[in-house]
Design a protein. Structure first.
Length: 262
């Protein structure tokens, strides 16, 4: 069970469960004609890119799109068995960044679950030490937030740079170029930021084609992915923090993009 496939969203745990889920967005298809409707799926699971568990629409604080300087909201939800379908339209052509944030949620973990959780998310030594220093009688009460972004190409032209900047997540992933244009054999560099600051030493996982990998950001907050597989990619990370009152907070961030099989 010690795999990153189980890692980034231990947030899906119920108070008595110990299974972890990633939560992500996927546009189907990942490219549409100008003026066509947008359809995306929000889901949680342990077997990306398979849909597994549909979140409630009431859990989503916002779901928005941005192309260049234009932006809008996607708020037509339909819950299915395995995913929450979101539909709508965008008002211009280009490459859209589509992003969703969930409302905070609270959980309690048993000590054995905490150890596994920290191992799976690649928690840094400072966080592990904070838990150890809390003592054998410490409890673990956590408030977490989930953040997810993806990319959609609309039409054959238009702005492709507006998808690159931050979208206001507590922990955000910033690609160095348009992810919809990436091909097998190339690389994609992603910068991780917290409140606008580069986050070094942060564990970033990548899932694609049944394979997983994890690396830490460099001193500039960056990781570079070698694009070795066509299809959907999931990039994920979790920042866990201990508060002064002994409670914990975390942010779970995912990014998905589709690599065409040219």
């Amino acid at each position: 069970m010690k795999t990153w496939m189980l890692a980034a969203a231990v947030t899906a745990l119920a108070a008595t469960a110990a299974s972890a889920h990633d939560t992500w967005i996927m546009c189907t298809p990942p490219a549409i004609k100008s003026g066509a409707a947008v359809t995306l799926h929000i889901t949680s699971g342990m077997k990306f890119p398979e849909y597994e568990t549909a979140p409630d629409a009431a859990r989503i604080e916002k779901c928005e799109w941005r192309i260049g300087g234009r932006r809008g909201t996607l708020d037509e939800f339909k819950k299915g068995e395995t995913s929450l379908t979101v539909t709508g339209r965008v008002s211009t052509d280009g490459v859209a960044v589509i992003y969703a944030e969930f409302l905070p949620k609270e959980i309690d973990l048993a000590p054995a679950e905490v150890e596994e959780y920290m191992e799976e998310i690649g928690a840094p030594e400072s966080v592990r030490k904070a838990w150890t220093d809390a003592g054998p009688d410490a409890t673990f009460h956590e408030t977490y937030r989930k953040h997810a972004r993806t990319y959609l190409r609309v039409g054959d032209s238009g702005d492709a740079t507006g998808c690159l900047g931050p979208v206001g997540f507590n922990i955000d992933f910033l690609p160095d170029r348009d992810p919809t244009s990436v091909k097998v054999g190339e690389t994609l560099t992603i910068k991780v930021i917290r409140g606008g600051d580069e986050l070094s030493g942060f564990s970033v996982g990548a899932v694609r084609g049944g394979k997983t990998s994890m690396q830490r950001t460099n001193q500039n907050g960056m990781v570079t992915l070698s694009i070795d597989t066509a299809g959907w990619w999931l990039v994920r990370g979790t920042e866990l923090r201990r508060n002064a009152d002994g409670t914990w907070e975390s942010d779970f961030t995912t990014l998905t993009f589709f690599v065409a099989n040219h």
